[in-house]
Design a protein around this ligand. Sequence first.
Ligand code: ADP
Length: 406
Amino acid sequence: MTLSSSTQRGALLILNSGSSSVKLTVFRVEPRGEQIAPLFSGQLTGIGTDAQLSVKAATGERMANESWAERDTGSVPALLPDLLAWVEAHLPADLPLLAAGHRVVHGGADLRHPAMITEHLLGELETLIPLAPLHQPQNLAAIKVLADSRSDLPQVACFDTAFHHTQPRTATTYALPRHLTDAGIRRYGFHGLSYEYIARHLEEHLPQLASGRVVVAHLGNGSSLCALNRGASTDTSMGFSVLEGVPMGTRTGNLDPGILLYLMRKFEMDADALEHLLYHQSGLLGVSGVSNDMRVLLSRDDEASREAVDLFCIRTAKEICSLACSMGGIDALVFTAGIGEHSAEIRARICSHLKWVGIELNKDLNEDNAERISSPASLPVHVIPTNEELMIARHTVDLLTMRNAA
Ligand code: ADP
């Protein structure tokens, strides 16, 4: 990526803050040459139980694998000033920290692009907490702590919803009374930074696919799929919340809403109990009764684990067809994220349901995790590793450049 000369040389800190962990990636930014390159990445995990910092340099050496239990008061935000100090202490002397970029789950109906953090924007993002109560507060808490402890540091928010603003109303609307749609009960879509990264990758490396109709399957612990038509999102499997779509590690995916009414009446489940069931006890974990990790399920031979994997594969294949339908066809399929990038077996099993669509994998290429894994006669099927952090870094640099030029 080429930067304007108005951007300084330095480093960017990219943060993805959760309820008990923070993922961090630090990039080097150069005004010329190879412009944005990773320096190191890692995570602070187990906050509240057994806080642990692990960080690896981009070159592969381990930079930290240490207990932070002594500093841990159980709060993610409380550890962030220490984390920032750790990062700055490990930056090369000639690379000052230029800015922090954050992954923020929800930008609502109006925020269509990444934005520089201001007090006004923070206030706006707080009003969206009810739309993503499990994730938005953690994202915003990290921004506030950095704003308080380093008011001079520019911060940028990148929204998981923003990339989906190109969708037509038929893709974003639920069949609910109009006043509820107008009140914001609509499909937003998530994993937008991942899809945007894939769209850019296609444009740069596979332009003939970028101009067509591509279904992207982002299959990780959280999974969703996106219809990319000429590089723009026109439909996606996640909707109002991150629960809709295919079954995930611990989330249900699509569910008949009648089940919720039944559970409320028959078992007197309240909102908290339903939230726990839908977000944390379902999906691969719920069906298998064993694990939310696809690797564990694939290594097991019991019926419940097999059923969980079968369900994941057929529901993902059905979603691919649904998104192909909404684009009037499909010209290519892309797999990405933890399962999509690494599990040849899951890719093969999903594609075994799609022969009638014209999709067939080459066994050897698939097992080698090659970039193109389809047979010559098939529609192209690609494996493209996603990089949401790099996408956030690019947006952060763009906004810094615009700010410096203003
Ligand atoms: P997240 O949604 O948390 O970002 P990732 O995209 O990192 O998750 O994906 C994590 C998931 O990927 C793990 O839970 C695991 O099930 C799956 N995974 C990673 N490697 C493999 C593999 N070789 N085979 C099967 N599943 C894998």
